[in-house]
Ligand binder design. Structure first.
Ligand SMILES: Cc1cc2nc3c(=O)[nH]c(=O)nc-3n(C[C@H](O)[C@H](O)[C@H](O)COP(=O)(O)OP(=O)(O)OC[C@H]3O[C@@H](n4cnc5c(N)ncnc54)[C@H](O)[C@@H]3O)c2cc1C
Length: 501
């Protein structure tokens, strides 16, 4: 290939996303005769399966989110650009990205799109204000603030009725993420925090897991679902299956049972882990290629993971729909590596019609319930309890990126699992308030442009919450919290918080 100036140019590969699909495809191109540009909207690679441990104070964000730039430092054919991709032009073969008021247009010969998925609220996006999901480091830190902040508020709250609400934690979605998170909230309440408050007993926390399906971990079913439910129940988790969420607001979550009855669960801390929606970039690709999207917005790809009619454009990981493959890290890693191998071989002269179809090797799946207890399915083999937990531990350590992360993670796990401590219990008001403040700045779009404005908004939001608390609580509550969504500590039924909110 030759550039406009007549100098020879290597095959240009653009990779969108630094998650499992993006990072693994970039690394698999290390020895290929190509130039790689990885564009991602975060500066880190995120190991999503351990986000719940950041949210519950076991791990720090650095342990599960190493800097992509440092991970790829020695890969000299790879360049990393920070930017949110806003457009892809398949005819012009360019990708447009934006970061900090700078717009970049990057040309490509081959494109790998691995922008993943976000939380889906099934058309009820307003639920997000009170029930954040857990997809990013920001989400996990916000959740940590909300979980620990609720205990703190309960400690200073003198109203029994409100305290009950503050000490009720609800996780929506009984898939692996929901189960892992609810298990850790239970361990926080029963082990880590036990004995550290003077006015409340953290073990009295009500911890609820909700799902519209009939089972916990419905993807596993049978023995594994039953085992997970039994273990969670033993840990004090209330499980409500067959429960559809019909509303979420500051006060709590309303559910509708199969018999048609509706019920409000009063709770302060709510977490949503009930569905995913693929990146909007799938829609941009579909519009230009006439590829189809499935209900979750995933792009139907050819058996070689290419976009119909565009053999040089690939979609991998959570954005891709092929043979009902699940949204798992292994699917993204194997897809990314497979696509990179093809690109490398074709840059060496092999024609693209000689590609073999992508074959996914199912290495099994697993979920932890608590320390020393997990469920795992490997082929037909179903494991529960301690053995499954050891397998979970080894596999997660193996796939964490970087020796240092593995070492520090192992140490953090030793502290938490063998002792009662957790090393990452720090929370800040900003963790909880920043999302709504950034939202007011226009979906976070301008946050990078004007950090001072973002700080000012966060401050105003904090002051507003404190003012609401003071005006409502009078002498009943100590107005020094500010960890919650709207009007922390205010009584749901009668307060100005509700009127204002
Ligand atoms: C809480 C949680 C727990 C999980 N647990 C497990 C588990 O135990 N086992 C398992 O196998 N799987 C698990 N998964 C699923 C697994 O993490 C995903 O399947 C996997 O991350 C998908 O990889 P991906 O590369 O497609 O997307 P991601 O890893 O999500 O990466 C997407 C990348 O694209 C970037 N991006 C997005 N939009 C843009 C844009 N417009 N411009 C630029 N960059 C963009 C993001 O910043 C990110 O870097 C879990 C997921 C979550 C959220």
């Amino acid at each position: 290939m030759t550039s406009e100036t007549g100098t020879p140019q290597r095959h240009r590969v653009v990779v969108i996303g630094s998650g499992f699909g993006g990072l693994f495809s970039t690394q698999a191109l290390k020895r290929a005769d190509v130039d790689v540009t990885l564009i991602a909207k975060t500066t880190h690679h995120l190991f999503q399966p351990l986000l719940y441990q950041v949210a519950t104070g076991i791990l720090s964000e650095g342990e599960i989110a190493p800097s992509t730039r440092l991970v790829l430092r020695k890969q000299h054919n790879a360049e990393i650009l920070l930017g949110s991709v806003t457009d892809i032009d398949l005819d012009a073969r360019t990708v447009t990205s934006e970061a900090m008021a700078i717009t970049r247009v990057t040309p490509f010969d081959s494109l790998i799109v691995a922008a993943g998925a976000k939380q889906s609220y099934f058309g009820n996006d307003h639920f997000a204000e009170y029930a954040p999901g857990m997809k990013t480091i920001d989400d996990a830190l916000e959740l940590r603030g909300r979980i620990l902040g609720s205990f703190e508020q309960a400690e200073i709250c003198t109203d029994d009725y409100e305290r009950e609400r503050l000490m009720t934690f609800v996780v929506v979605g009984a898939g692996p993420t929901g189960v892992e998170l609810v298990g850790q909230i239970a361990e926080l309440a029963h082990r880590t925090l036990h004995g550290s408050f003077r006015n409340i007993d953290s073990r009295n926390a009500r911890i609820i897991l909700l799902d519209g399906a009939d089972d916990v971990l419905p993807v596993y079913g049978g023995k594994l679902s039953a085992s997970a439910a039994k273990r969670l129940t033993k840990m004090g988790v209330e499980i409500h299956t067959g429960a559809m969420v019909t509303d979420v607001d500051r006060d709590g979550i309303t559910i509708k049972k199969k018999d048609g009855s509706e019920k409000l669960i009063r709770c302060q801390c709510k977490v949503w882990s009930a569905g995913v929606q693929a990146s909007k970039l799938g829609g941009i690709l579909a519009e230009q290629s006439h590829a189809e999207l499935d209900r979750a917005g995933r792009v139907h790809v050819n058996p070689d993971l290419s976009l119909p009619g565009h053999p040089n454009v690939f979609v991998v990981g959570d954005m891709m729909a092929l043979d009902n493959l699940p949204g798992l890290a292994q699917v993204a890693m194997q897809g990314g590596t497979y696509v990179a191998k093809n690109i490398a071989e074709e840059a060496g002269g092999r024609p693209h019609h000689e590609r073999k179809p992508f074959k996914y090797w199912d290495k099994g799946s697993m979920a932890t319930i608590s320390r020393f207890s997990a469920v795992a399915k490997v082929g037909r083999l179903e494991l529960t309890g301690f053995i499954a937990w050891i397998i979970w531990l080894v596999i997660h350590l193996m796939y964490l990126v970087g020796f240092k992360s593995r070492l520090t993670t192992l140490m953090s796990w030793a502290t938490t699992f063998f002792g009662r401590g957790r090393g990452q219990m720090t929370i800040t008001v900003q963790q909880v308030l920043a999302r709504s403040a950034l939202g007011q700045l226009g979906n976070g779009k301008y946050a990078v442009l004007d950090v001072d404005a973002a700080k000012k908004l966060a401050q105003e939001e904090a002051e507003r919450v404190l003012a609401l608390e003071r005006s409502h609580n009078g002498t009943r509550h100590h107005a020094d919290g500010g960890f919650t969504d709207e009007g922390s500590g205010a009584d749901a039924e009668e307060g100005p918080a509700e009127a204002a909110g």
